[in-house]
Design a binder for this molecule. Sequence first.
Ligand code: ATP
Ligand code: MG
Length: 666
Amino acid sequence: MDADALLEGLDPAQRDAVMSDAAPLCILAGAGSGKTRALTRRIAYRIATGTAEAEHVLALTFTRKAAGELGNRLGALGVRNRVAAGTFHAIAYAQLRSRWADRDERPPALLDRKVRLLAPLLGRHRASVQPADLAGEIEWAKARMVTPERYEAEAAKTGRRPPLPAAAMAAIYTGYEAEKRKRGLVDFDDLLMLCASALETDPGFTAAQRWRFRHLFVDEFQDVNPVQFRLLEGWRGDGSDLCVVGDPNQAIYAWNGADAGYLTGFRARFPGAGVVQLDANYRSSPQVLAVANTVLGAGHRHTRPLRPNRGDGPVPTVTCHPTDVDEARAVARALRDRHGPGRPWSQLAVLTRTNAQSVLFEEAFRAARVPYRVRGGGAFLDQPEVKDALADLRRSPARVPFASQLADLEAMAVDEGGTDERRLHIDALVRLGREYTAADPAASASGFLGWLAATVRADEPEQAGDAVQLVTFHRAKGLEWPVVFLAGLERGLVPIGHATTPEDRAEERRLLYVAITRAERELHCSWAERRTFGSRTQTRTASPYLSAVEAACRALEAGGEVDWRRLIDEQRSRLRAVPSPARSKVEVGRNADPHVLDALKAWRSSTAKASGVPAYVIFHDTTLAAVAEAKPRDRAALLALPGLGPVKAERYGEAILALVAEHAVA
Ligand code: ATP
Ligand code: MG
């Protein structure tokens, strides 16, 4: 693609983000502002203008799902196969493997599940704690580079509430590390650390990696943890250029060791770094955005509020159901109502705070014959066709180059034909093979098998067919759907019961913000007065955050897209102006027909009086000016105008069209 084409469909701030010469560069903005779009366009633009070579670009993300999304978007820009895109884990492991091969070292065996080593270490704590919780706590410590010796002090300092008293936790952590060493195993967290220390101590290896990947890009940078940041610094050295993209309002992995401070403190850490802020939202209707903004609240916001860019949508709803079963059934019915021509199931999603909530929905969906897909289903590597293909790879002689094995696999995917799941799985495997090849120049089948085990782990497979998505708030990050249901918005779930510190609560609030901002047009929130856990039925109360949602919905119902616009304006004027190049703005409504405009204003003031609201609640001056300029003759023309969505068109469209018809003749 040529460079100019890559700038099309970008607003001025996004263009700055794509074209800026600053290095390092930080792109900072709220949800749905086109950060990922700007990042992928920037990569393609740099390649198109010759300021970066595709072979030397590395695009990093934190989950394989996000890496896949990034890969797809790069594919659409025509640079996918030449650019390495992957998770920190995948890249680190590929680099380690090539280092081991170069040095003729035998790769250490990987411990796939920590609980295997942990369960025998529990001793008298067996009855009081789950091995998985201990594994989670060890992962937190390792993400923050906290050794067993320092664990107690660090847990106290950060106000951590470990699953066991800190001293006991530290003892188990010590035992775990010792057992792992004794058996000659490394775990997944160790891979990051091993790669980071190799980069710090082995100049030859470091020089080779920095030569290879000299342009670094990171999406969702608010999720970076200390060990990943150390690795990134190892890759970067002082030379290579770095562009990070993120939204501190969407930082939802602190419990897992992430630290959004790397994003918010970017400029302090890298003096001279460029910062570009984006200011429009392209995903959600103004109504959805209004609710999202209210939930975040002025006190919790870390970026400029976004200007809505999509047309009006319906006002979001909040529904209370008698029981959790009623809630699931009602959602299933609502899904059926919304599905139809032009609206496939895949445009609908149901989001819950926990995985466990999905069971009720699955039952209700089966009963209502709503096709659905749960993220976190069967593991990708356990799919039969994937297993078969891997067994073939394992059997094939070592002298067959990996590239031709991959080509065979690709041919097999084509032979499978159709779009069924088998084909999708093989396709996914081929994609992974390419990802691996991009990261490891000495690619081999055995290398690929090891890399897969380390990076894909429990990834769920892509499934074929049109289906409603049933996902947790966490897994929904970065994704979007036209219609979103948020279910189980109750105290104890949102925020989750174990979130008791102010920091935990703030993270829960951001998590709800992430969930709301997945919706493009329709947002439906619900909760139940009674919920059954096992054999216990509990009386529930609404999530404390719902009152803000309801207040926003009421204001929107009253015709006010206004309150939050004012709020945004106020906040904008309070925020320190961030320098940005001059923008040329074409003023809409400058050529308004004065007769039509006068008539519209008179109509507006009488309508406002009649309904007891201020005039601006009916329409802004700018909207009236736009109408008076365009003089629409029908509903479609009316809907094309800024500030005029279906809701307003429904309510006032007829009156406006009549006025235009009457006064525009003169
Ligand atoms: P998140 O914070 O959720 O990760 P994001 O900031 O990365 O969101 P994107 O996913 O890049 O946002 O963009 C959100 C949606 O808006 C996408 O569907 C994208 O294609 C669309 N979009 C972004 N910028 C523009 C634009 N200038 N014009 C039209 N659509 C746009
Ligand atoms: Mg994104």
